[in-house]
Ligand binder design. Sequence first.
Ligand code: PLP
Length: 458
Amino acid sequence: MDSENGTDPRVVGIQQKARKYDTKRSMNLFKKTKRIIPTGASSLMRTSSWDPYPLYINKGKGTRIWDADGNEYTDFLMAFGPVINGHANDKINAAVRKFLRNGSIFGAPNELEYKLAREFKKFVTTQDMVIFSLSGSDATFNALRIARAATGKDMILKFEGHYHGLHDYAAVSVEAPAPISGLRWFPKSLPYSAGIPPSVMDTVVVASWNDLESLTKILRIRGNEIAAIIMEPVMANSTVISPEGDYLKAVRELADEYNILLVFDEVITGFRVSEGGAQKLYGVTPDLSAWAKALGNGYPISAIAGKKEYMELIGNGVGYGGTYYASPLSMAASLANLKLLEADDFAAYSHLGRITRRMARGIEDIADNLNENIWVNYETGVLAFVFTEQKKIRNYRESVNMDWNKYKAIQQKMLQKGFYYHPDGAERLPPSVAHTEDDVDRFLVALEESIKEYNKEN
Ligand SMILES: Cc1ncc(COP(=O)(O)O)c(C=O)c1O
């Protein structure tokens, strides 16, 4: 596990262990913020599981971030996925600065919008048309509305444990506690939040993913009422679970049989698992797809892409728009981001694939060395590892059968050693194109040390 630049990662690991680690400023900021911002931050994912308090991050460059107390970390959260070309990327910053001289937003079409759409189509060759929006939630919400308009049907079918944002039609069975979640093949639709009208809940049916029996049986009962089947084509919100065998192809065929639009939520997988997302990787084309995160390297932008006949419903009955949709600054950033990813015939993806594989194999080696039960899965640019005795994880219910406390305790030790990722074992680690083999090797050394320390203490 020697690093390529000549630094022995074991020495670096030891140095990091010895550093004085103090996060008092984050603790005090959390106390003060909670008094005026409910939960202490403007997104629950930034505070939940971060016990007893989250770290306030002030600065980032490449794969490094610094918290409010000045502690440096190698980042393996990367803002939950967007930052594919690293923090404060010079070329992307320069593109934003260049546009900034002209203003920020005009409420008018902008030349960059056409340029970005053209660039998008170089990556996503499977979809005819594209339109931009602001967040991943906007994209899934609009895609579902288009599907309803196209089919004249109201119901949506989603899968247990898949996350498509927090709007009412998506915030269903994101989590499903075992005693109330119903049958494996026919899970109950459970609201993920208070305040969702029962009439909305009645329009969302839930199936078990990677399970054709579940989908086939449900479609036999409700297929004629369903407008859209929406899924993460690689399930990256409950660890990282890949579709088995020809599952995606079979879903495509079932959707056609029942006149249902197939919607892929590529918010995480897009511009990450391959340049054309999971639909390119698995060779299955959805009717509509939602894109965000890695499209903008952290600038707020998302997109809906799809077949012409459905996309052209926008403006022909389907309402669409938002003040900040396709904001020029985000488009400038996104264009520069995609140009970097496209360079040398999309060479970025070979590097990203190598880095992710190295990390996965390294974790498997640690499991072997320490005789630990660790399940690892990855696709290019997304990886998850969990402590479980299961040999395989295929769906949400299997994914929650893990040792959450061990994962969290080890994540705490990793923070002290200078590695930042989410304490919730269901969250993935999305390495970026900026990550080096050295970043990965140092992570692996620290992880092995952390597991050994945990085992000694428990
Ligand atoms: C697969 C998926 N879809 C949709 C969303 C929602 O995106 P946003 O948070 O930008 O609204 C997310 C967010 O994590 C996601 O992971």
